[in-house]
Design a protein around this ligand. Sequence first.
Ligand SMILES: O=C(O)CCC(=O)C(=O)O
Length: 227
Amino acid sequence: MQTLEHNVGQQLRVFGFARIEQAAAEVIDDLTRAFDRVVKPPTEDVPDVRVTKFDVLTEMPELELVTESEWVRTVCQTFFERRFQIVTSDANLLVGDSYWHSDGFYRTPFLRFVLYLDDTEGDTGALRFIAGSHRADNGWLGDPTRHVIRHHQDLGLDGSDVPGVVVESRPGDVIVFDTNVLHSAWRGGIRRQLAFNCVGEPVTEAERRDTSRYFLNRYVSGSVPIG
Ligand SMILES: O=C(O)CCC(=O)C(=O)O
């Protein structure tokens, strides 16, 4: 029988995403309390405003229960095949649609681990992915990706009608994806999300450049789009 890490590693390499069911079940109550301490809930006056707290590990040490866990270490080591580091961490209050996007396109792979503290289902903001769209060798770069992003103009399709794999989540589940992969979420209500991004320790000059660019992009453009 294959190990969980092997399966997750293969799913990430080939398809670009994986769900690890209930990997954070034991710490989810601590994380939820910490999230509610750090991110204030929306008020009745402004019920649908998105909020992002960057670098949340500094304010929310509880997230280390996940980032320092044995299973994160094993998944990252299996995937990167070397030491790894955490590049960014964030807490997000999300609401409404997140349009089709990838978090930039990099030759250096980055993994994003996300934990939803609320149930997400198909029509209530579950993440969905276009399998394999993270791979430069897979023909997705250029027009195919542009067509997905411009689904209305180019395809005459609503974003939620672009066929993707919907990955539902309940508190305790962890979804991990290659940040190149095309992803979106539709028609969601308010959902609390904790996330952190990892990269294999950069060795080449190109990897070092990609890592700095990735870090900057998350802050400057906020690759979690404001809906
Ligand atoms: O849950 C969502 O609305 C989208 C989240 C997302 O795009 C991300 O975490 O990168």
